[in-house]
Design a protein around this ligand. Structure first.
Ligand SMILES: [Zn+2]
Length: 440
């Protein structure tokens, strides 16, 4: 309504103006540089109006000419970014698929297209690793350390490299730096624990283990077992250092953490004996035998009364195994003591029962010893020894990680350096290839 009124008012004004001009005719003469133009006032006004319209149109065209390239540039940038992310995605897929050339190609594309080094550096590093170019990967990982958003990933990459090349000192350094950065990350704590244990830094490893447990980076049972393993190593170190009281204290703690952990109970029993606490040593061994019968425990128990005569030793051994008399390990321990005391009947009974439960190299070898010592029957002994050679391999300290067998227990596998992997079990049998059937 207001617009209509405005329009009517404007029209009225124009008409009034036109009438006013028509009522007052006249001419205008313009002289400029030797040119002369004669015209009417109405024509001049018309010309001025046309000029104003042309100017407005020109300005519009000019504005459009400025806006269009800017829009086009934005569109081109958007397209470039999209292609960059696409290259990044294809590159990551290539890394996952193990295609080194494609990964490297896409990494280069993403690097050119995207101005986001944090994203492209990781892909470039992974592509370099896939191509076996560890030096280039190290360069990328090192460059990642300079930016807060990629520092952790760079550390992880360098740490993995150091672990693979066996550079333990560098790996430990990097893992500690990673922990300062992100102490809540489970792999950081478990990796750091392994590295500290491998370096023999038992105290530091114990602290890291406690933190890992607090942050639930590993199950409680596994944590207790690992702590017991560390404490045994610390106790051994203290004993070697000539600190028997500390050693005994640490061995007791290890035994408390896991009462069925053989290396802990054996060490504890031995150190108690060395400290003249014979009664406690014997009671500890007898109690432990029920859950952890083991030849090393039997040996430690025997050593507690090293000067006892063989018959007394045989009686002591009966006492040790009283809580678990039918276990093959119990029967073997009693049989060995009986042989030493020349109690042949008892030895045979125990060994035959042990073989009935589980034939083993050790049981057959002891039977051969009985034949040899009791009757001097070499032929019978040879028969048992042949069976001993064929019997399944008995338990040994076997690494659950690499499968190798160690003569004595230690917290770190001497072969593959894995931590807390030696377990008392039968090593995996090496399958023999079946003999080829003779041709023809
Ligand atoms: Zn191993």
């Amino acid at each position: 309504m207001a617009r209509l009124l405005g329009f009517i008012a404007l029209a009225a004004l124009v008409v009034a103006g036109a009438v006013w001009i028509a009522d007052r005719p006249g001419t205008i003469a313009i002289v400029w540089q030797g040119w002369r133009v004669d015209t009417s006032v109405a024509m001049l006004l018309l010309l001025v109006g046309a000029l104003a319209l042309a100017l407005a149109a020109a300005l519009r065209v000019l504005g459009w000419a400025v806006r269009v390239p800017r829009g086009w540039r934005r569109w081109a940038q958007e397209r470039r970014r999209r292609r960059g992310y696409q290259a990044l995605t294809f590159g990551m897929v290539a890394v996952a698929a193990g295609d080194p050339e494609e990964a490297a190609r896409q990494a280069r594309r993403a690097d050119v297209l995207l101005d986001e080094p944090p994203l492209t550096m990781l892909l470039s590093a992974q592509a370099a690793q896939l191509n076996g170019d560890e030096a280039a990967a190290r360069r990328y990982f090192t460059a990642m350390l300079d930016r807060p958003e990629t520092e952790f990933l760079g550390l992880r990459g360098l740490l993995m490299q150091a672990s693979r090349t066996g550079d333990a000192a560098a790996a430990l350094d990097l893992a500690r730096r990673a922990r300062r950065l992100r102490p809540e990350t489970p792999w950081v704590l478990t990796t750091l624990f392994d590295l500290e244990a491998r370096a023999g830094e038992w105290r530091a490893a114990e602290d890291t283990l406690a933190e890992a447990q607090r942050r639930r980076a590993l199950p409680a049972v596994a944590a207790r077992h690992r702590r017991a393993a560390l404490l045994v190593e610390r106790a051994r170190a203290a004993e070697a250092d000539g600190r028997p009281a500390d050693a005994l204290d640490l061995a007791a703690r290890a035994h408390d953490e896991d009462p069925a952990f053989v290396p802990a109970v054996v060490l504890y029993v031995r150190l108690l004996g060395a400290g003249d606490r014979l009664r406690k040593a014997e009671r500890t061994a007898e109690r432990a035998w029920r859950s952890a019968p083991h030849p090393e425990l039997a040996a430690a128990y025997r050593e507690l009364a090293a000067s006892a005569d063989p018959v007394a030793q045989a009686q002591r051994m009966q006492h040790l195994v009283a809580g678990l008399p039918d276990h093959p390990e119990s029967r073997l321990a009693v049989a060995a003591a009986a042989i030493a005391a020349a109690l042949w009947g008892e030895a045979r009974t125990q060994l035959e029962a042990a073989i009935a439960l589980r034939p083993s190299t050790r049981a057959y070898a002891l039977l051969a010893e009985v034949e040899e010592k009791e009757r001097g029957d070499g032929a019978a002994a040879q028969r048992w020894l042949r069976l001993a050679a064929e019997a399944p391999a008995g338990e040994a300290w076997t690494c659950t990680s690499c499968g190798s067998v160690a003569a004595t227990w230690s917290a770190v596998c001497p072969s593959c350096r894995a931590v807390d992997t030696l377990a008392w079990q039968a090593p995996a049998a090496i399958p023999l290839l079946p003999a080829r059937a003779a041709a023809g």
